[in-house]
Design a protein around this ligand. Structure first.
Ligand code: GUN
Ligand code: ZN
Length: 441
C-alpha cells in the first residue's frame, strides 16, 4: 500500500448513509485498536491492528494515537464567519438581534484587510474545534468571500461559502440592486466554484431581505450554474414567519416563497426550519432539500425546538450547524450536547451514534458530499479529528466509569469542548495540534 501516514488508534465512524436512526446503529463501526492508512490526501484503508500490521513496510511505521478516539472531521452545515466577533450578544431575539448586532458587524467587511484577518481567525476556530468542512455565509461584500476562500485554499480545506444577497429591509450600506447582486455572485462563482476543494453557495439571506426581483435573479443563477449550492434561512422565529406572510401574502407558507423561485433542490440547505407545516416538510422531501439544525443558536435566540423526530419521519436530510454568531460555540461536541437537550424536551433520546452521524456523514449527505467525506471508507478524503476522551480530570473520571464506546462518546458530547480536540487533519496532513499550540503559548 502506497501510504504516507499510518495512525494507530481507536476509530469510530458510520459506514453508510441512513434513512432511519436504526440504520445508523447498524452502520456504526468501532475499532478499538486499528490502523488508518492514508496517502495522497485520501483514506487508503482502515483495519484492525491484527490485520493492518501485515501491510506496514516496517514494523515501526505507525504514529501512536492509542488512548485517543479518531472520528471523521466534523461538518458544520451552517454558520456566518462575519459574526465571529459578535458571538454571545445579549438580550434580543432574531429580528432585533440582526439590527442591533449583526448588520453593524457585517458592515465592517467592506474592508478587505478586516475580512482577511477575520477569515484566518475564523478558520483557526474551525480547526481547533475539529471541523474540517463548513458551509459559510459571508457578507454582501464580494471581498468578504474572496478573503475567506483565499484563506481556505491555503489550508486545502473543503469549504462552501457565498456572498450574502440582499436588496431590501437592511441598512443602506448592506443592500444592492438585484442586478448588481447577481453580477457579483456570478463573478465569484466563476472565480471560486470547484477550485480545489472549494464550492460556491448562492446565498440569498432570507425572504424578508429579498425582493421578487432578487429571487428571480437567484433562479437564473441556479439555472446557469446547476452544480452550485444554495443556502438561506427558513422558519426560525415566529415574528420572522409573520413578516414573511405579510410580505408574500399570495404564498401559503414560508417555504413556498423559496420553492416558487426554484430555490429548493438537492444542494439547497435551509437553516433552522423549526416551525414548519406538514406541506413544507413534504416539499423539502420531494425536492431532496436539506435542513441545518442549529441547537445553540435556537436556544440562544429563543427561536424554538427543532423537531428532529419529525425530520426522520418526513425523511428530510439534516445536518448540524453551529450558526455562529447566533450560535454560541464553534465546537461540535458542545453543539451536539445542546441538541441532546432540545431532543429531551421533546421526549426523543438522541444517542451518541446518531449525534455523531449528524455531525459527520449525515452533514456530508446534507451537503451532497457523502461520496467524498464523512467516514473512513477507502477513497474518502482524509479529513478527521483526533479526540482526547479525558482532556480534564472530570472527563477522565467519567470516562473511567464508561462501559462501552457509546457511553464514552456520549460523555464526550456532554462534557467535551475544544480541549477534547487533540488534533485536526485536513487533506491527509495534521493542520492543527493542541499540544504544539499549548507548548507555544
Ligand atoms: N436570518 C436571517 N439572517 C440571519 C442570521 O444572520 N442569523 C440567523 N440566526 N438567522 C438569520
Ligand atoms: Zn444563520
Amino acid at each position: 500500500m502506497d501510504y504516507s501516514h499510518v495512525l494507530r488508534s481507536s476509530f469510530f465512524d458510520i459506514t453508510a448513509v441512513a434513512d432511519t436512526p436504526e440504520e445508523i446503529a447498524r452502520h456504526a463501526r468501532y475499532i478499538e485498536d486499528g490502523l488508518l492508512f492514508i496517502g495522497g490526501g485520501h483514506i487508503l484503508a482502515l483495519m484492525s491492528w491484527e490485520e493492518g500490521q501485515h501491510h506496514l513496510r516496517h514494523m515501526a511505521d505507525w504514529l501512536d494515537y492509542r488512548g485517543r478516539i479518531i472520528v471523521p472531521g466534523f461538518v458544520d452545515t451552517h454558520l456566518h464567519y462575519p459574526q465571529t466577533g459578535t458571538i454571545g450578544a445579549y438580550g434580543e431575539q432574531l429580528l432585533a438581534w440582526l439590527t442591533a448586532y449583526t448588520f453593524p458587524a457585517e458592515s465592517e467587511y467592506a474592508c478587505p484587510e478586516h475580512a482577511a484577518q477575520m477569515s484566518d481567525f475564523f478558520l483557526s476556530q474551525l480547526l481547533c474545534n475539529g471541523t474540517t468542512t463548513a458551509m459559510v455565509f459571508g457578507t454582501v461584500h464580494p471581498q468578504s468571500v474572496d478573503a475567506l476562500f483565499t484563506a481556505a485554499e491555503r489550508l486545502s480545506m473543503r469549504l462552501i461559502a457565498g456572498k450574502v444577497m440582499m436588496d431590501q429591509n437592511a441598512p443602506e450600506d448592506l443592500i444592492e440592486s438585484a442586478e448588481q447582486s447577481a453580477r457579483d455572485t456570478r463573478a465569484l462563482i466563476r472565480r471560486w466554484h470547484n477550485r480545489g476543494r472549494l464550492g460556491y453557495a448562492i446565498t440569498p439571506r432570507f425572504a424578508p431581505t429579498s425582493s421578487p426581483r432578487l429571487l428571480e435573479a437567484v433562479r437564473a443563477l441556479r439555472a446557469e450554474f446547476p452544480d452550485t449550492w444554495l443556502q438561506t434561512h427558513l422558519s426560525e422565529n415566529a415574528e420572522e414567519i409573520a413578516w414573511v406572510k405579510s410580505l408574500w401574502p399570495e404564498h401559503d407558507t414560508y417555504l413556498d416563497v423559496y420553492h416558487h423561485y426554484g430555490l429548493t433542490g438537492e444542494r439547497s440547505v435551509f437553516a433552522h426550519a423549526i416551525h414548519l407545516h406538514d406541506s413544507e416538510w413534504d416539499c423539502l422531501r420531494r425536492t431532496r432539500s436539506a435542513v441545518a439544525f442549529c441547537p445553540t443558536s435556537n436556544l440562544f435566540l429563543g427561536s424554538g425546538l427543532f423537531p428532529l423526530r419529525t425530520s426522520w419521519q418526513k425523511r428530510v436530510k439534516v445536518g448540524i450547524g453551529t450558526d455562529v454568531g447566533a450560535g454560541t460555540t464553534f465546537n461540535m461536541l458542545r453543539t451536539l450536547g445542546e441538541a441532546y437537550k432540545i431532543c429531551q424536551l421533546q421526549s426523543y433520546s438522541l444517542c451518541a451514534s446518531e449525534a455523531l452521524y449528524h455531525a459527520t456523514l449525515g452533514g456530508a449527505r446534507a451537503l451532497c458530499l457523502d461520496d467524498r467525506i464523512g467516514n473512513f471508507m477507502p477513497g474518502k478524503e482524509a479529513d478527521f479529528a483526533v479526540l482526547d476522551p479525558a482532556a480534564t480530570p472530570l472527563q477522565a473520571l467519567r470516562i473511567s466509569r464508561c462501559r462501552d464506546i457509546y457511553e464514552r462518546l456520549f460523555a464526550l458530547i456532554t462534557l467535551g469542548d475544544d480541549r477534547s480536540i487533540h488534533q485536526t487533519w485536513i487533506d491527509g496532513r495534521c493542520a492543527w495540534d493542541r499540544s504544539r499550540k499549548e507548548a507555544a503559548a
